[in-house]
Ligand binder design. Structure first.
Ligand code: NAP
Length: 327
């Protein structure tokens, strides 16, 4: 078994810094040995800011050839993910990809097949699954505290990403706010409810003149009779992330943004059974945990993907997102 997992980060922007580097630095057996980005300047800046010893590579293929590299973290815009993951798998590397993992269902299916062919892990950094408010709500649902679930609504909105590429359809890949934020909501609701087939019932994606949906309202139905209504926006004045789950015995509301995370549980027994829990231990580190989990998976200390973030387990999330864009 390996003692140290040597990882290269591709894309030294926000996710590369805040999520990948943070999660990898937290793991005692992970070593960030390589950094590469579209420009060397970004990679050098990250190296300097975090006092890393990693080598800065002029391009991704050169980094893939470096000695001892075990894995890569793809923190680039979504249209880059497919080719970068294919190259990594062909070179025998494990891969973790930022969300949204791919720009089509076909890309995801091809990468799943390649991962299996090469015997390598491909995980998707769906960090909301690791947020304490979400895991607590998931436990409450598993304990049957609100009975049978019949409706879920979710909202995730903020003032829009700070980078121009998110607003350019050619660089963004599939879409705007629903592709970017809806993928979090879909994946989190899937994590909360467990496996089921989602059928799209409506998709209202409000495209601005640039051709990007700055606002999205999308609904699904699952065969057990659960109605799911999700709403995203990049036009909000303040950030809010909330999921509300209605059962025949009560309801759970999870507020995951702004932090600290919070859940409210209402049951028919009334106020005496009302529970409220503030997760004070929550830090932004929780959002880096897919990277920690990635290292544990490579080391063989986690098996069977209990958090459900392998690309194969992420496929229904990708299918639900693509359905909204009729792809
Ligand atoms: N999980 C979350 O909550 C979360 C939050 C934020 C972002 N993300 C995801 O992370 C990914 C990146 O988003 P971001 O916000 O980090 O964007 P960002 O700040 O713009 O960073 C993207 C980085 O990718 C680099 N890049 C672009 N094209 C490249 C290429 N062809 N080869 C190598 N590097 C390339 C850019 O390099 P230069 O700087 O050198 O130009 C930039 O540093 C997206 O999939 C996004 O959805 C996830």
């Amino acid at each position: 078994m390996q003692d140290v997992v040597k990882v290269g980060i591709v894309g030294c922007g926000r996710a590369g810094r805040k999520y990948a580097a943070a999660g990898l630095l937290a793991h005692p057996q992970a070593e960030i040995v390589g950094l590469t980005s579209r420009t060397e300047a970004s990679a050098r800046q990250l190296r300097q800011d975090l006092s890393l010893t990693a080598e800065v590579f002029p391009d991704y293929p050169t980094m893939l050839e470096s000695d001892g590299l075990t894995a890569v973290a793809l923190c680039t815009p979504p249209p880059c993910h497919f080719e970068q993951a294919k190259l990594a798998l062909a070179a025998g590397k494990h891969v973790i990809i930022e969300k949204p993992a791919t720009t089509s269902i076909q890309e995801a299916e091809e990468l799943i097949a390649l991962a299996s062919q090469h015997g390598r892990q491909v995980l998707v950094a769906q960090n909301m699954r690791f947020a304490p408010s979400i895991t607590t709500a998931r436990n409450w649902l598993a304990y049957g505290m609100i009975g049978d679930v019949h409706a879920v609504s979710g909202i995730f909105e903020h003032g829009g990403p700070g980078k121009d590429w998110f607003f350019d359809p050619a660089q963004a890949g599939v879409g705007g706010s629903f592709y970017d934020l809806g993928v979090h909501l879909i994946d989190t609701v899937r994590f909360l409810l467990g496996p089921s087939v989602w059928q799209l019932t409506s998709a209202d994606l409000n495209h601005d003149p640039r051709g990007i949906d700055t606002v999205g309202e999308v609904s699904y139905q699952t065969p057990p009779g659960v109605t799911i209504a999700l709403s995203t926006s990049w036009l909000a004045r303040t950030m809010i992330g909330r999921i509300s789950i209605q059962g025949n015995r009560g309801n759970i509301q999870v507020v995951f943004r702004p932090i600290p995370n919070q859940q409210l549980l209402h049951t028919p027994e009334g106020a005496s059974n009302e529970a409220m829990q503030n997760i004070t231990s929550f830090t932004s580190q929780a959002f880096a945990n897919p990277y920690y989990y990635f290292i544990e998976t490579i080391l063989g200390r986690i098996s069977g993907d209990p958090m459900g973030i392998s690309l194969a387990n992420n496929l229904p999330t990708i299918q639900a997102v693509m359905a909204a864009y009729r792809r």
